[in-house]
Design a protein around this ligand. Structure first.
Ligand SMILES: [Zn+2]
Length: 343
């Protein structure tokens, strides 16, 4: 069974399909896992390949965080419904890449507690999450010309539906990524560097020279009707833009997409005390640095006055914390500012 993977770092992972074979295949990446009740078992990560003719290889990843649902739904639909003869090139489809987190509906893995998107380039001799990111780094990203990483706000954030540009040192690669983001046709494009963190899937893809499109769809741990429609259409639009779905006509509904960026640490409004956060504004509202953003109440210490939080940057309110309960350091609000450079 399966084809042994021979990446640059020795690994015990293997696949039940041949990723490089033409045609349409659905199977699993198998990562040996030996817990108390399963001495010689595996963790199975679903993978599909649709390969036909000559063309670029596009990698589609969902379930990077297990409580973000629109992307995984859209990718799984392609695995079931897209015939190989509509593809010119190759799709590698991974709708639940961090499968222990996806099964649990949690951001982080239930096996080792790690956030997959802070483990790149991973470790093939590390914990389960580190082994998955090592497999992506060593065996999937090197096969790709482009990478689509579909996130949403997850359980803790409600975010404006948007596609996401991972900054690149290579200006030409960033230009190509922005063009692919425009084809995704979300209402906004946001440049997000995660404060320069290079341990993410998209940072790894950019470092490997892949045209990269991320997303932040709705959030709140739900499936947004609006965001799912944007996601389904956006994925096919990007595949067409890249030449992999030549029969698909790109449909653009947002001619004047806002292009924004998270302005470093000033983008974030953090909780300053233990309590319950009251945000003052809805998503999408224009805000100013210094403006009152909300306050934290402490209902179990009612004589204590609330603490007021303020925005640190001018822009629009891009994300809001979903749970009311906060502890110091929790991210309550996110502001996106206009992006000026390179576009
Ligand atoms: Zn995510």
């Amino acid at each position: 069974m399966g084809r042994r993977i021979t990446g640059p770092r020795a690994s015990t992972a293997f696949t039940t399909i041949d990723i490089d074979k033409p045609g349409k295949q659905n199977g699993f990446v198998m990562i040996p896992h030996s817990p108390h009740d399963d001495a010689w078992g595996v963790t199975r990560i679903p993978i599909g390949v649709i390969s036909n003719g000559k063309g670029p290889t596009v990698i589609l990843e969902g379930g990077n965080h297990g409580d973000e649902y629109e992307g995984p739904i859209a990718i799984a639909e392609l695995m079931r419904d897209l015939p190989a003869d509509q593809v010119e090139g190759r799709l590698i489809l991974m709708p639940s890449v961090n499968v222990p987190a996806a099964v649990a509906g949690q951001r982080t893995s239930t096996v080792d507690g790690l956030n997959f998107n802070r483990t790149f380039p991973g470790d093939p001799r590390g914990t389960m999450t580190q082994q998955i990111s090592a497999f992506m780094s060593d065996d999937i990203l090197p096969r790709g010309d482009a990478f689509i990483d579909l996130h949403s706000g997850g359980s803790s954030l409600d975010i404006l539906p948007s596609s996401v540009v991972e900054p690149a040192d290579d200006a030409e690669l960033e230009r190509k990524s922005i063009a692919a983001n425009r084809a995704f046709d979300a209402p906004a494009i946001v440049v997000i560097s995660n404060l320069g963190d290079t341990r993410t899937a998209t940072a790894s893809a950019i470092a490997s020279g892949l045209i990269t499109v991320g997303t932040e769809m709705g959030g709140c741990g739900t499936v947004s009707i609006e965001a799912l429609e944007i996601c389904r259409r956006g994925v096919r639009n990007v595949l067409s833009h890249l030449g992999v779905l030549p029969g698909h006509t790109i449909e653009i509904r947002h001619e004047n997409q806002k292009v924004l960026e998270l302005p470093g640490s000033k983008a974030f409004v953090y909780a300053t005390m233990d309590g319950v956060f009251e945000g003052f504004h809805q998503k999408g509202r224009e805000v100013r640095a210094g403006e009152e953003a909300g306050r934290i109440h402490c209902p179990w210490d009612p004589t204590r006055p609330p603490e007021t939080l303020t925005y640190q940057a001018d822009g629009i309110l891009y994300g809001r914390r979903q749970p009311g309960r906060v502890k110091p350091g929790n991210c309550c609000l996110v502001v996106a500012a206009p992006y000026q450079e390179k576009i």
